[in-house]
Every structure is written in C-alpha cells, then in structure tokens.
Design a protein around this ligand. Structure first.
Ligand code: NDP
Length: 419
C-alpha cells in the first residue's frame, strides 16, 4: 500500500501514471499534480474506469517551494516522482527534504535561465574544471548527498531509459558479464517516423538544447569535447536497420565515469535523420533555439518557447508514429582472463506502445522505467539514504521489472562494435 505524488502530466508522466495504475496493489493511491490541472483531470478520467488505484489531482507550480511543501504535507505521499522538467529538480528535492519524503526523477538539473549570473559563475568554473560545457550536470543534485543521508531519505536520479535503464545495463554487465569493462558505447536509435518534416519526440526545449550542444565523451580519465554533430557513425540496428548516429554529450556518462572508474572510454550516440538535422541547423542559425528572452512588439518572448508552441505537441505524435526504437549498451572487456564483447538492448514498437497506453515509444521507454524505479523504492529494494543514480543499485530486480512491464532486454554476445 503506497501513496505516490507524481508531479508533471506530460508525455512521460502520462505513461508512468498509466503503468502505475496497472499495479494497483503497490500504487494504491496516486495524486497527479501539475501546472495545468485540466491535463491531470483528463488523464485521471481516462484511467479511472480500468484501475483500482485511487487517483486524485491537484494544481501545483513546482517552481514554488511553499506550494510544493503544502501539497506534500497535505497528501502525505511515500514517494514524490518528479516527471515535470529538469528545471524543477532542486525545488522538488528541497520540498522532499522539508517534508521527509523520498524522491525520484528522470533527468538531471539544468536551469531554465542560463543568464543568471550566480549560476553562470559556477557553470563557467565547472566547464573549466571538468572539460564539458553542457548546461546540465550532476553537481547540483550531488550537492544534496549529505542532506538526504542525514534525513534518512533516498533520492533516485535519472530513472528513465537514458539516463536510467542504460546505467542498469552497465551495472548488470559489471555484475554478471565482466571482471573488467574497458569500453561502453550507449546507442540510442529511434527508427520511428511521425510523418512531419520536423517535430521533437519529447519536450522540444529540453530536446533541442541537448542536441545542439557540443558532444563529449569520457576517455582515460578525462572529458573530450567536440563541436556538435562532428562524430558520425552508421550502425545496423536489430529490427530497425542502418541509421546515421552522432556522438552527443549525455548525462549518464558523468555518473558512470564516477561509479565505474575502471572503464577507459564511455561514449553516447543517438540517431538522427538528415531532415531533422537540416531543420535544427536552420532554426539554430536564425536564433530560434535561443533561451534568452527578446523584446517583440512590447512583449518578452523566449525564442525556443515560441518554437515549442509552433511544433507538434510530442504527446500528439503517438497515433502517427510507426517503427521501432532500439536503445542499449555495447561493452568490451575481460571475463575469466578472456577478452569479450556484449550488447544488451531493448527494442520497442511505437504502435504497440500507442495501443497499450496512448503514447509513442519515446515517452513509453522513459515512463516505464520511472514506474519501475518507483516500484524498486516502494518495495524497499532500492532504499539507500543519499542521492544516487541507477547504476549504484542492484540491477537484477529492476531489469526483471522492465522485462515484465513492457521493456524486455535482448542480448547479443557477438555484436558489431562501433569504431
Ligand atoms: P512534457 O513537456 O511533455 O511534460 C512536462 C510536464 O511538466 C507538463 O505536464 C508540464 O505542465 C509540467 N510542468 C512544467 N513546469 C512545471 C511547473 N513549474 N510546475 C508543475 N508542473 C510543471 O515533458 P516530457 O514528458 O517529455 O518530459 C518529462 C521529463 O522526462 C523531463 O524532465 C525530460 O527531460 C525527461 N526525459 C527523460 C528521458 C530519459 O530517458 N531519462 C527521456 C525523455 C524525457 P504543463 O502541461 O502546464 O506544461
């Protein structure tokens, strides 16, 4: 019997909530709280007839600590699942500390306002010290480590697919497949087609910021940064086929480098079609990806937020998207004195996801691990006071839950490697 407060009701949260409602004996009570309460009410009305989970809804602005604290005190959840945006991570963590409740999210903190001088100063220091320039990094949330420990509370960071499942795959490989891992390549392939010339599969602002940033990877104990989209490979993905993929910076590289220090190289690749890249470059060149407000006819407008209003809502892509995703990790290393390679991945079909929960596979592959992470915490299997990422926990029950609830693993012991 558990009460869970879920903050956010967008593409990912809708899937996580739908999946929680399939396991009513664990998720007995859910409160969906978001900025636009009508979306929470519509989802609750859709799910209520087919679940025993008691669903309530509330309006909350998760940028306001006092609103969050009042809501948590009133609802008294066992866990807060933050499936809003990375901008809200620190406020929601503060609210959990103030009320003594465990915390889970799906993406690490980044600020909404990257012009804020205080944030900018520590960002520039970090760029110099660490050698990568992404706006997001774990330092802000790792700074809560002692506070969560002292309060006896667990914060599980990044329980989506990547970050999330990819780290569980790494923990699994380290536990069962290798004595030493030398290299990890994380490959994220979306072979889906929604029929639009340009649309993003999840929140456009977060997605476009990530993709237009310089790429970076971890090698021999340091970050190597490259201009955006300058390392390209072609890979033949199981059940999807040959795709162009590009090296990106990605948040789980940072925690994996810390938690698996023997690994010599960690890279992340994501597939993109030429049409997506051409549109993105053009939008970037004309300033539409900027997060800095401009004055337009007496009004302040943030270009990327205006662009978001023009683009298709990611939640509306579900019925149109056909094809599959294939996301996983390729490892090289040694077992029992022998060199070996290993590939563990999941293939997910956009249309099957839509039939099951009314969403495409990108939201599905993030929402299901969010639910499974919550399941691990609520059943006591992943409770460890402090602030932790997925690879710090036993991967076995989590991967078993993913197998059972819609994201089964596949394995290949002789994969083609990425050069
Ligand atoms: P959406 O934009 O679809 O949904 C975001 C939700 O958060 C909306 O319901 C929005 O409300 C709500 N929200 C935004 N700001 C606030 C606020 N101040 N207070 C309360 N609610 C707020 O995003 P996605 O569902 O695509 O993404 C959700 C999260 O998942 C993001 O953090 C994203 O980075 C992460 N993600 C992680 C992945 C992984 O593999 N780990 C992959 C994909 C996404 P409103 O309706 O009013 O806008």
């Amino acid at each position: 019997m558990s009460k869970v407060l879920i903050i956010g009701c967008g593409g990912v949260a809708s899937v996580a909530i739908s999946k929680c409602c399939q396991i009513s004996d664990v998720f007995t009570d859910i409160c969906i709280a978001s900025r636009t309460v009508s979306k929470c009410e519509a989802l609750a009305a859709r799910l209520a007839p087919a679940t025993k989970t008691k669903i309530t809804t509330r309006q909350v602005d998760a940028d306001k600590l006092e609103e969050l604290v009042a809501l948590i005190k009133d609802y008294q959840p066992d866990l807060v699942m933050n499936i809003a945006l990375p901008y809200q991570d620190l406020t929601i963590m503060d609210a959990c500390l103030a009320t003594g409740v465990n915390y889970l999210d799906t993406a690490n903190y980044e600020p909404e306002d990257i012009t804020d001088p205080a944030w900018r100063a520590s960002y520039e220091k970090r760029c110099q010290e660490k050698g990568f320039s992404a706006y997001f990094d774990y330092s802000w949330q790792w700074a809560y480590q002692e506070k969560f420990k002292a309060a006896g509370l667990t914060a599980l960071l990044g329980s989506g697919f990547d970050p999330g499942v990819t780290q569980a795959y790494c923990a699994y490989a380290a536990k069962h497949e290798f004595d030493t891992i030398d290299t990890i390549d994380i490959l994220d392939c979306n072979g889906g087609d929604h029929g639009y010339p340009f649309a993003t599969n999840f929140n456009p602002e977060i997605n476009l910021r990530e993709v237009s940033a310089p790429g970076s990877y971890w090698e021999d104990g340091r970050w190597v940064e490259i201009p955006p989209m300058t390392i390209k490979r072609v890979y033949d993905f199981d059940q999807v086929g040959r795709k162009d993929m590009y090296l990106l910076h990605h948040e789980e590289i940072e925690s994996l480098a810390r938690n698996l220090p023997e690994v010599k190289r960690i890279r992340f690749f994501m597939t993109f079609g030429q049409s997506y890249l051409t549109h993105m470059k053009c939008l970037e060149n004309v300033g539409m990806l900027s997060t800095e407000a401009i004055d337009f006819e007496g009004q302040k407008i943030v270009p990327i937020q205006f662009l978001k209003a023009l683009l298709p809502d990611p939640a509306s892509l579900g019925p149109r998207t056909k094809g599959k995703t294939n996301i996983g990790c390729i490892f090289t290393g040694t077992k029992d004195g022998r060199k070996k390679t290993y590939y563990i991945y999941n293939v997910c079909d956009h249309q099957e996801c839509y039939r099951e929960v009314g969403s495409q596979a990108i939201s599905y592959t993030t929402g299901v691990p969010a639910m499974c992470g919550a399941l691990m915490m609520l059943t006591g299997q992943w409770i460890l006071p402090g602030v932790h990422t997925v690879e710090e926990f036993d991967p076995d029950p989590f991967l078993a839950a993913l197998d059972k609830y819609g994201l089964p693993r596949r394995e290949n012991r002789d994969p083609v490697l990425v050069d």
